[in-house]
Design a protein around this ligand. Structure first.
Ligand code: SF4
Length: 331
């Protein structure tokens, strides 16, 4: 207790995974009042954290941080991981925003479920320190699962948390966490997840292409990167070909911007093709060839493709081209 009247309050960054859950329960067992914060961008969601919060009764604030995140993502101070994942800057930004909420809402400190050595880049001792520093929060961040292996923090120094009640987990093994979950009677928790979409090679290529060709972005631009096949025809024209029924439906639903063009083969089953914000005649015809090429229409024959812009439909006739011929355009 800070004094007899006020309980110590801690704000946890939560992914909703087992480590987040356990770190919160360790502090709760010390009579600390816990709340979570979780973040959303087009690259990751807070749904797992929301579910975990509801299951174990921890209030959670979800913040969409897309604007600040994109600014960081275009030029991360510590660079990218294997793909477009700026893990250190990502952690630093999340900590910084949590620090702002801590100051605004009167939390005593911040905690997270990070485990020393669990991830090679972002959870080494120097990188844990580095993100704290970048967030301006050195000493304010407690990692209850590894605290005994880390330098003493302000909440421990001030006596808000008993260091003896904290743990010394390290490395990639999940056994200590599973044993602790059993002690707490926690049986329903998600399997460890990989990284976010920014760790995916295909998604990262498409995102790099988007950054290289657009100055401003709509939320749907990022949604579209998650589906279909993408082809870059020239500096201003991109074509997205639905790969599944679900893709086709989603692409249709997302094609609501001024200038968008949809292509669909007439008379044969085939994909929905989107040219976001339109294109010149040549690109439209290439798109129509691709649309026919990915449809069930016979190859090498003249096929009618409907070109739908706003509510106007025009039909063009193209030769159905084997999709392999467009490989050089694939993103
Ligand atoms: S994997 Fe994604 S969400 Fe996780 S730290 Fe890296 S960039 Fe951030």
């Amino acid at each position: 207790m800070t004094n007899n009247l006020h309980k110590v309050k801690a704000l946890g960054l939560s992914s909703g995974g087992l480590d987040s859950i356990l770190s919160a329960l360790v502090l709760k067992a010390e009579d600390i009042e816990i709340e979570w914060i979780s973040f959303e961008t087009p690259f990751f969601s807070a749904s797992k954290a929301e579910k975990a919060g509801a299951t174990i009764g921890i209030p959670i604030t979800v913040k969409n941080i897309t604007g600040r995140y994109l600014k960081m993502l275009k030029d991360p101070r510590f660079g990218y991981g294997k793909h477009m994942n700026p893990c250190l800057d990502c952690h630093a930004l999340m900590l910084k925003i949590a620090g702002e909420v801590m100051a605004k809402r009167g939390f005593n400190f911040i905690f997270s479920g990070e485990v020393l050595g669990q991830r090679p880049m972002s959870q080494t001792k120097p990188s844990l320190r580095c993100v704290e520093k970048a967030a301006g929060l050195v000493g304010h961040v407690l990692r209850p699962l590894s605290a005994k292996l880390l330098p003493i923090t302000i909440p421990e120094e001030k006596g808000w948390v008993n260091r003896e009640a904290l743990l010394s987990f390290s490395g990639r093994s999940r056994k200590p966490q599973i044993a602790l979950a059993e002690e707490f009677g926690i049986t329903d928790y998600p399997a460890p997840a990989g990284g976010c979409l920014l760790t995916d090679a295909t998604f990262s290529r498409r995102l790099r292409d988007l950054f290289a060709h657009q100055e401003t972005y709509l939320e749907r631009d990022f949604e579209l990167l998650k589906m279909g096949r993408h082809f870059r025809l020239n500096a201003t024209s991109k074509i997205i070909v639905g790969r599944t029924q679900k893709d086709n439906q989603k692409i249709k639903n997302l094609s609501h911007q001024q200038g968008d063009i949809l292509l669909k083969v007439s008379n044969f089953p085939g994909p929905v093709v989107l040219i976001p914000q339109g294109a010149g005649r040549d690109a439209i015809l290439k798109g129509a060839c691709l649309c026919a090429g990915y449809s069930k229409a016979p190859k090498g024959r003249e096929i009618i493709v409907n070109v739908i812009k706003n509510r106007d439909i025009e039909s063009v006739t193209v030769i159905s081209t084997p999709p392999g011929e467009f490989r050089e355009y694939m993103i």
